[in-house]
Design a protein around this ligand. Sequence first.
Ligand code: SF4
Ligand code: SF4
Length: 120
Amino acid sequence: MPWISHEQCVGCGICVDKCPAGAISIRDGIAELEINSCIRCGICHDVCPSSAIRHDSELIPQEIQANLKKAEWSMAECERLLGDPHERNKCRERLIKHFTSKKRVVEETLKELHRLGQVI
Ligand code: SF4
Ligand code: SF4
């Protein structure tokens, strides 16, 4: 999914004109993307002269850190609210199951997407 780097956007409006879905507008001199309207065609990535339209894969390190921060908080809260240090590890096991199930969904989705590519 695309996202717009506010630091890099110069508000030229080229992406607004080229987006076939009308998903981008300029607000306060900066491009803004309505992700629910975006059809993921990738055109905006190609036309931006400032490389301001970035790919979500670049956010993976931040997402990992955010997940770890949330996990740390959950584990600490489980220990504190349940009054037992063992709850910390039990919470960690539940979190691992949660992420394993998410991973499985992604893996199966990727498999199906590859299958769709073979069908077309
Ligand atoms: S990926 Fe395509 S639809 Fe989405 S914002 Fe960019 S140009 Fe518009
Ligand atoms: S094309 Fe790039 S620099 Fe121009 S408005 Fe869009 S995101 Fe900003």
